[in-house]
Design a binder for this molecule. Structure first.
Ligand code: ATP
Ligand code: MG
Length: 335
C-alpha cells in the first residue's frame, strides 16, 4: 500500500458471483481508482453471514468467486489490497466497542436496514447480527481510515451512520483518531434487474453475471421489461422505465446510435426485438473477454488464495494499528 495516498475502502458480500450491477456501479470505477488511491477491497463474509448465518457454506464458497471476478475485470492485486473480513479480528473487536455507542432504535431507523428487513422476510426474528451490520461496516471503514467509499446508493445511510460513530469515538478519545468518510457514487448507483422491478442483486436471483454464458445473456435480454403498450412496431414507444434503453444508456459505447434508436422508438417504427438484438450484441461483447479470463482464473484456486492471503496479511497490520489507537484513546487497560 502506497503511503500518503488517500485511502479508499470498498467491498462486496460473498453471496454470489458479481454481476453487471457491480460492473457498472463499482468495478469499473475501482479499476480506475486503484491508480490514484490506496484502495482496499474487503470481501465482507461476516456481513454476508448476517443474513446467511444458517448457510455458511454459501458464503465461503463464493469468496474465491469474488477474487476471480475482481481480477477478470482488471483489479490489479499489486495496486489494490484484496482481503477477507473474517480473517481480520480487529474488525470484530472494533465492532464490539462501537456497538455500545449506537442505540437499537437508531439501527431500526437506518433506511437500508429497514428496507432489507422487509424484503428479506425475516418475519419477527431479525438476526441481531443483521440489525447491527451497519456498525460492523463502520468498523470496516474506520479501521482502514477510509476517506472515500465508492458505493451504490443503497449504502449511503451506512456512511452517514459510520460518520456518527466516528464523531462519538473522537469525542470520547478527545482527539481525532478516526476519519470521517465520504461516499463516492458512480454514474450508475442502482442498475435495475431485467424485470425492471428491483435493483439487480445477488440475493434476488435476477442477475446477469460477469461470467454468464452466451445463452443466459440472450435469455436475460429477451426477458427484459420494455413498454407494455408498445404492441405494434409502428406504435410510438416509451423509453422511460424501459430497461432495454436503460441498459443501452449504461453499456453501449456508441451514444449517438442510442440517441437515434430512442428517437425512432418514440416516434414509432422500431421493434422491441430489434433494440434487444442490439443490446444483446453489446452485452455479449462486453462480457465475453471477462468470462474467458474468469474461467482461466477460477481454475487456479491456489493463486487466488495466495492473492487473498497476501492482501489479508497487509490488512491485518493496518486494522490492528487502528484498533490499538482506539483502545488507547478509550484508556482501556493494556495487560
Ligand atoms: P446481496 O444481494 O447479497 O446484498 P448485492 O448484489 O446487493 O448482493 P453487494 O455485495 O451487497 O451486492 O454490493 C456490493 C456493492 O455493489 C455495494 O456498494 C452496492 O451498492 C453495489 N451494488 C450492488 N448491486 C448494485 C446494482 N444493481 N447497481 C449498482 N451498484 C450495485
Ligand atoms: Mg447488497
Amino acid at each position: 500500500m502506497l503511503q500518503n495516498r488517500q485511502q479508499i475502502l470498498t467491498g462486496d458480500r460473498p453471496t454470489g458471483c458479481l454481476h453487471l450491477g457491480h460492473y457498472a456501479g463499482s468495478l469499473q470505477q475501482r479499476v480506475v481508482l486503484q491508480n490514484e488511491y490506496s484502495q482496499t477491497i474487503l470481501i465482507a463474509d461476516l456481513q454476508a453471514l448476517t443474513d446467511n448465518g444458517f448457510n455458511p457454506g454459501k458464503v465461503s464458497e463464493n469468496v474465491l468467486n469474488l477474487v476471480a471476478d475482481y481480477l477478470a475485470v482488471g483489479i490489479d492485486p499489486r495496486k489494490s489490497t484484496i482481503c477477507l473480513q473474517s480473517a481480520l479480528p480487529a474488525l470484530s473487536e472494533l465492532t464490539m466497542y462501537y456497538l455500545n455507542l449506537v442505540s437499537v432504535s437508531r439501527l431500526y431507523r437506518n433506511p437500508t436496514v429497514k428496507n432489507e428487513i422487509e424484503s428479506k422476510s425475516f418475519g419477527g426474528s431479525v438476526p441481531a447480527g443483521f440489525l447491527t451490520y451497519p456498525v460492523s461496516q463502520a468498523a470496516d471503514i474506520t479501521a482502514f481510515k477510509g476517506e472515500l467509499v465508492p458505493v451504490g446508493d443503497d449504502q449511503l445511510p451506512m456512511i452517514e451512520q459510520t460518520n456518527e460513530i466516528v464523531r462519538k469515538v473522537n469525542r470520547i478519545c478527545g482527539k481525532a483518531i478516526l476519519l470521517e468518510s465520504k461516499p463516492l457514487l458512480s454514474n450508475v448507483p442502482r442498475l435495475k434487474a431485467p424485470d425492471g422491478k428491483n435493483k439487480m442483486s445477488k440475493s434476488m436471483n435476477n442477475c446477469i453475471f460477469l461470467g454468464a454464458d452466451e445463452k443466459s445473456i440472450s435469455a436475460a435480454v429477451k426477458s427484459m421489461y420494455t413498454d407494455p403498450l408498445h404492441i405494434r412496431v409502428e406504435d410510438p414507444g416509451c423509453i422511460e422505465g424501459n430497461i432495454v434503453f436503460e441498459y443501452l444508456d449504461v453499456f453501449h459505447p456508441d451514444k449517438q446510435l442510442v440517441f437515434r434508436l430512442k428517437e425512432q422508438y418514440q416516434t414509432g417504427g422500431l421493434a422491441d426485438s430489434k433494440v434487444k438484438n442490439i443490446l444483446n450484441e453489446c452485452l455479449q461483447e462486453l462480457i465475453k473477454p471477462i468470462r474467458i479470463k474468469r474461467d482461466e482464473l477460477i481454475n487456479d484456486k491456489a493463486e487466488l488464495l495466495s492473492i487473498l492471503g497476501q492482501g489479508t496479511a497487509k490488512a491485518n497490520e493496518i486494522t490492528y494499528k487502528t484498533l490499538s489507537e482506539v483502545k488507547q484513546g478509550f484508556g482501556l487497560m493494556n495487560v
